[in-house]
Design a binder for this molecule. Structure first.
Ligand code: URA
Ligand code: SF4
Length: 217
């Protein structure tokens, strides 16, 4: 795959960094900046996950980015350091991004929930719903032009669907509260477990590029 990427992207003349940045807009929200929202989340006890977390994992990246990547939930390493995608799945995610000339610092990476579920179990619908206001506020402040959901669980819970990955990927979804396209990628942790599926990620990445291209203003 690496060689395919090296071969084709330069030939296609793709350079993602020329996308125009959005104008910063005033946010009429209680937490009108990311720092104060982070402080609120650090104190949050809205669901039981606060009892077992070591750190909340707010998210990180370029607050002016057009691309927000939404993972499922912090794992052990993320809980330890309070940052998203720092473990093996994170390293693979960085590679995915690099293959389309994006680096981690040029996107904003968050999770559907900000605290680690014990033993890395799947987040419950009630936890995602308890935490969803924070995600909404992050989206409101950052105003990305595309949301990339990683994995079936995050995708189905956020979209209110129950679909297999084959029906979720390579499609644009819209939900009422966000006026931006949502697309679904395989979760990098799944790709680590099933490396034979890597080719599909290549297709997903190209699909993402297409969406970004069509959103250039
Ligand atoms: N997996 C996720 O979904 N999120 C992280 O932050 C790390 C691993
Ligand atoms: Fe609060 Fe979200 Fe953590 Fe639950 S997961 S305690 S809602 S920050």
């Amino acid at each position: 795959m690496e060689s395919m990427i090296k071969k084709y992207f330069p030939e296609m003349g793709i350079d993602i960094f020329w996308y125009s940045k959005k104008l910063t807009q005033n946010i009429s929200s209680e937490n009108n900046n990311l720092t104060s929202l982070d402080e609120t989340i650090k104190k949050c006890k809205k669901c039981n996950l606060h009892k077992t977390r070591r750190n909340t994992v707010f998210g990180e990246g370029d607050p002016d980015s057009n691309i927000m990547i939404i993972g499922e939930a912090p794992g052990r390493e993320e809980d330890e350091v309070g940052r998203p995608f720092v473990g093996r799945a994170g390293k693979l995610l960085n590679e995915f991004l690099k293959s389309i000339n994006l680096n981690r610092d040029s996107v904003f990476i968050v999770n559907t929930i900000k605290c680690r579920p014990p033993e890395n179990r799947d987040p419950e619908a009630s936890e995602i719903s308890a935490c969803s206001d924070y995600l909404d506020q992050q989206i409101n402040i950052i105003k990305p032009k595309v949301l990339v959901l990683l994995g079936k669980i995050a995708a189905n819970r956020l979209l209110g669907e129950d679909m297999p990955m084959s029906e979720l990927r390579l499609k644009k979804f819209f939900i009422d509260k966000y006026d931006i396209p949502i697309i679904v990628f395989y979760h990098p942790a799944y790709i680590l477990r099933s490396p034979s599926q890597k080719k599909k990620v290549w297709d997903d990445l190209q699909y993402l590029k297409g969406i970004i291209d069509s959103n250039v203003s």
